[in-house]
Write a protein that binds this ligand. Structure first.
Ligand SMILES: Nc1[nH]c(=O)nc2c1ncn2[C@H]1C[C@H](O)[C@@H](COP(=O)(O)OP(=O)(O)OP(=O)(O)O)O1
Length: 216
């Protein structure tokens, strides 16, 4: 996401390979006993920052959102994805989305991210909750993320590229799997079929492949 202004700004270090994100400090607001990624000490923070993190099985995950926009086409349906140009996942085709800011809700975050990354303004009532997914990076726990998933109909809205992402419509039966994260084929087909999902992906030691995928 292009904007990150509210609450204490994490101490961001150098970006990793392929533009992967800086190591993000974990706030002290995570649940008691949570594993602090990379063994850092929590430091001081505010309740807003603590709400940017979720705790799953004692481990901290950065809260993010993804929103999949759809439109009809003469040959079926299309979904809006985009080439990530900056930040986490640079060079990959991804859905619109990003980090939850401060104390905003998942829904508000999704509406904001869609507008920031495509210029498309959705009414909150137009978004449908589509489930939840978490990604753990055992070799880099500071990258653990948990995402609420949303879908929405875009109607005739025309996406506008921004610095971070170049949005593009894809037929739902012609998803560019090879350009996406390697875990996408494990869970995205279910979402595209309209079935709510609850997924956990454990990334491999190279932070690229999939060690384990649990989808329900
Ligand atoms: N393994 C994975 N597979 C996938 O499909 N999406 C993933 C993923 N791991 C993370 N993501 C998504 C979730 C989230 O929407 C996004 C990362 O958030 P952002 O786009 O906000 O990151 P950035 O580093 O660009 O953010 P800023 O630096 O704050 O602008 O990557």
């Amino acid at each position: 996401m292009p904007r990150r202004t509210r609450g204490p700004v994490p101490d961001v270090g150098a970006r990793g390979p392929d533009g992967t994100p800086p190591e993000v400090p974990v706030a002290s607001g995570v649940s008691p006993g949570a594993v602090i990624p990379d063994g850092r000490s929590p430091g001081s923070t505010t309740p807003e920052v603590s709400r940017e993190w979720a705790t799953i099985d004692g481990t901290a995950y950065r809260r993010v959102v993804l929103c999949f926009l759809f439109r009809p086409s003469p040959t079926g349906r299309e979904v809006l994805l985009g080439l990530k140009r900056t930040g986490f996942g640079t060079g990959r085709v991804v859905a619109l989305g990003g980090k939850v800011d401060g104390d905003e809700s998942d829904l508000d975050s999704a509406v904001r991210e869609v507008e920031e990354e495509s210029g498309i303004v959705l009414p909150p009532s137009g978004l449908r909750y589509a489930g939840r997914i978490s990604w753990s990076f055992p070799a880099r726990p500071g990258w653990n993320m948990q995402s609420a998933l949303f879908t929405a109909e875009a109607g005739r809205s025309v996406p506008v590229p921004c610095e971070e992402i170049e949005p593009r419509w894809y037929p739902v039966d012609a998803i560019p799997w090879a350009a996406m994260w390697k875990d996408a084929p494990h869970w995205l087909p279910q979402l595209l079929a309209g079935t709510r999902i609850d997924a956990h992906i454990e990334m491999a030691a190279d932070n690229d492949g999939v060690a384990r995928a649990t989808i329900s």
